[in-house]
Design a protein around this ligand. Sequence first.
Ligand SMILES: Cc1ncc(COP(=O)(O)O)c(C=O)c1O
Length: 487
Amino acid sequence: MTDTPVTHPRQPAEPAHPSGNDLHLDLPATGGRRAALMAALREAIRSGRLAPGTRLPPYRSLAADLGLARNTAAEAYAELVAEGWLTARQGSGTTVAERAEPAPTARARRPSARPGPVHDLRQGQPDAASFPRSAWLAAGRRALTAAPNEAFGPGDPQGRRELRTVLADYLARARGVRTDPDRIVVCSGFAHALRLLFDGAGAVLPAEANGPLAVEGYGLAFHRSLLAAAGVTTVPLPLDENGARIGELTDRPDVRTVLLTPAHQFPTGGPLHAARRAAVVDWARGRGGLVLEDDYDGEFRYDRQPVGAVQGLDPERVVYLGTASKSLSPALRLGWMVLPDHLVDRVLAAKGEREAWASALDQLTLAEFIDSGGYDRHVRRMRRRYRDRRDRLVAALAASAPHVAVSGIAAGLHAVLRLAPGTERSVLKAAAYRGLAVDGLADYRHPALAAGAVPAPDGLVVGYATPPDHAYPAALAALCDILPPPA
Ligand SMILES: Cc1ncc(COP(=O)(O)O)c(C=O)c1O
């Protein structure tokens, strides 16, 4: 099928019309001529190429240009006038009708978001009001001013070298990670890193690291679902006061990879005991397996120096996964993978030829932000602020609910409040009634964690970083209100 494009330059004598553009119509060479002309005109109007008020060429000249019979063009115009697409007025020719544009098809509306809670103590995000807007903007301005032209082209899937270079230094200094820029792959946060590692059910991880993935008995349900969607079976490791029970890995010869939050178990809050950190690396060496280290909030430790990364014990056996989501904002969607040498090319192959996720311009801004000391300053400021929030939470509980034990307070942006057995649901109901959003511990429990073998404590996961400063006292008061009296 060939098309017959015809162009009508606007006649200088004609009055100007809103569009003033050439009329170009594609008519299929075969089929009914009148129907084809009508369809082409409708399409030009629908797509906006012919705006309302646009004057059409006289049907005679259009017929001549398109090689149609005059009657065919005249009839097509007349029918489109009858359908309301065109308007014909004595003396002023045929124009596109003012209302000919079909109303844009209304998109099915998402049900309007429910009003947010009155008080928000859900874990999961840093204080959004404290994002360092001015410092970030200033870093962005400096970064873009200095950026070479190639930075504005398609991105390198490994990430900007400027960012990987400063990250290698920063992670070594602040988190005890051993790496160089070539082992770092920038990604769009931890969730993206998980997708990259597991998409295609093990396409990236070498065959010897495949099989079920051991995870901590408590973790983020969203991450479990993401892994399940990628076809990965997860095996929960029970937790005790020293963190995940690494010893139980020896009972699972089919498991070759384990995902841990060693600096600050999510969400229960303790660090993985030093002996277990060493044990999990020994296990990976002996098994030829891998440790995936989720270092989601490692910067925020209050009682002493942050616990260093397990990756430092063996960079060839540990994949270190970092993110800006807690230290800066989850809106940035920036994270970094520090990979054993043998995984770099595999992860890059999974990312594809061009960076499709992490904005190169945000990467440059983050690089400048870290390099200029802005990141360290922000983390130090937020550490003081979150420690103060944590202290106020502990003080409020001591004053009005001293029977409620609070744990996981040495680090991070959330704490766990233990509740009397069997009360979690009713406390959550009371919270909802009071307009307080807070999570129950049960939501985080791995469904396959054997019920009898490991107690399922009742509790609340309280995100004390979430509200802005001015809203925090009222949120704390609401929390204290809904806690049941001692049994
Ligand atoms: C346990 C855990 N890991 C990682 C992350 C970071 O995820 P992302 O980088 O995809 O925002 C979070 C949330 O911030 C988290 O709670």
